[in-house]
Design a protein around this ligand. Structure first.
Ligand code: SAM
Ligand code: DTB
Ligand code: SF4
Length: 381
């Protein structure tokens, strides 16, 4: 048995490989190859043009996959995958008309509306997630925004503090925020705030009419200014064109600072929603989206999010290879089933993946890594 040790040489480049390979004309001609090489050499950039991202997205699939993997290995420990657990702390009965969402009160989806969960129940769920190896706990609420919800918002602040004290990263997704609320969440210890742009600016009005793209961007700005990590991505399979997927990535990759996390969701077509009959997203569409996100936002955590339940282990392995390094674990997302927990642990073992430590405190992270080292060695075959 050998002890696993990551040296810079393991994790980093392949610049020499890229350089020596660039003598092959078919190889160097793909935009994925050129931009990946540039990302490895120069680091993240925010001045992407949409045609540049489109050419990466349109690169030959295996080339895109390969170069997503190259960038991934340069910017991250390729074996580490962050495990986040979601809890719907306030479910259903939402006023918004997001056409993918089972929690909108406008659609008959069978989701039962529930008030904000009490503290004991939330903390119990967080503890269970922690014991199962999850390092980030994300509380979701089916709200348009948090305006005028003082009592509930204060309760959430308390949950954030307590869960942070349990040694987990804490994330919330509560709808639109005001500036002051972002500041209060930061003070409570919130690590990240999830607020998805969902799709391109052009396609957005086909999906949601009750709040605008600019309102979403404003919330992201408040979150960023408050010093909270930004988690923002979208959904594919809403009926959008490939150009819209590129548009979504372009908006995210040209924000003044890239989001720390970019969830890529494949639509879960829920019966009763206007999108119930959408054709399921194919694995190749996910791989293309993940690898492009990886190349244009090299340092972001790219999360293989909703829809993972439909993908086999080999299909998920392609997503990890392309650059995904975060997933939701636990048997449920917000209202829909997620992958079986034990199956996920077996997948980690099979693929030689290891859980990523929480990143707020280096000492705690070291302890976490030490605890997981043995498991990693035995899982490495
Ligand atoms: N209400 C808040 C909001 O909309 O910002 C937070 C919760 S909302 C359910 C969080 C995200 O889940 C949405 O922005 C969307 O990207 C994703 N989502 C919701 N329903 C989904 C579905 N059926 N398939 C894939 N992703 C979905
Ligand atoms: C994200 O991008 N995906 C998660 C999380 N952020 C909040 C939500 C997925 C929800 C899927 C539908 C449901 O379970 O209700
Ligand atoms: Fe409400 Fe969020 Fe669902 Fe839209 S996505 S209907 S805002 S819970």
């Amino acid at each position: 048995m050998h002890v696993l040790r990551f040296t810079r040489a393991h994790l980093r480049p392949s610049i020499s490989l890229l350089q020596s390979s660039s003598s092959f004309s078919s190889y160097s001609s793909s935009a994925a190859a050129v931009e990946a090489e540039r990302a490895i050499r120069d680091g993240p950039r925010n001045d992407w043009t949409r045609p540049e991202i489109k050419s990466i997205y349109d690169s030959p699939l295996l080339d895109l996959l390969f170069h997503g993997a190259q960038v991934h290995r340069h910017a991250h420990n390729f074996r580490e995958v962050q495990q986040c657990t979601l809890l719907s702390v306030k479910t259903g009965g939402c006023s918004e008309d997001c056409s993918y969402c089972p929690q909108s009160s406008r659609y008959s989806t069978g989701v039962k509306a529930q008030r904000l969960m009490n503290k004991d129940a939330v903390l119990q769920a967080a503890q269970k997630a922690k014991e199962a190896g999850s390092t980030r706990f994300c509380m979701g609420a089916a709200w348009r925004d948090t305006v005028g919800r003082k009592t509930n918002f204060n309760q959430i602040l308390e949950y954030v503090k307590e869960i942070r004290d349990m040694g987990m990263e804490v994330c919330c997704t509560l709808g639109m925020l005001e500036k002051q609320q972002a500041i209060e969440l930061k003070k409570a210890g919130l690590t990240a705030y999830n607020h998805n742009l969902d799709t391109s600016r052009e396609y957005y009005p086909n999906i949601i009419t009750t709040r605008s793209y600019d309102e979403r961007l404003e919330t992201l700005q408040f979150v960023r200014e408050a010093g909270i990590n930004v988690c923002s991505g979208g959904i594919i399979g809403l009926g959008e064109a490939e150009e819209d997927r590129v548009g979504l990535l372009h908006t995210l990759a040209t924000l003044p600072t890239h989001p720390e996390s970019v969830p890529i969701n494949a639509l879960l077509a829920v019966k009763g929603t206007p999108l119930e009959d959408q054709k399921p997203v194919e694995i190749w569409e996910m791989v293309r989206m993940i690898a492009t996100a990886r190349i244009v936002m090299p340092k972001a955590m790219v999360r293989l999010s909703a829809g993972r339940v439909r993908f086999s282990v080999p299909e998920q392995a392609l997503c990890f290879l392309a650059g995904a390094n975060s997933i939701f674990t636990g048997d449920k997302l917000l209202t829909t089933p997620n992958n079986d927990f034990n199956a996920d642990q077996q997948m980690f073992k099979l693929l030689g993946l290891i859980p990523k430590a929480p990143s707020f405190d280096e000492d705690e992270a070291k302890i976490f890594e030490a605890e997981n080292r043995e498991q990693a060695v035995s899982g490495s075959g």
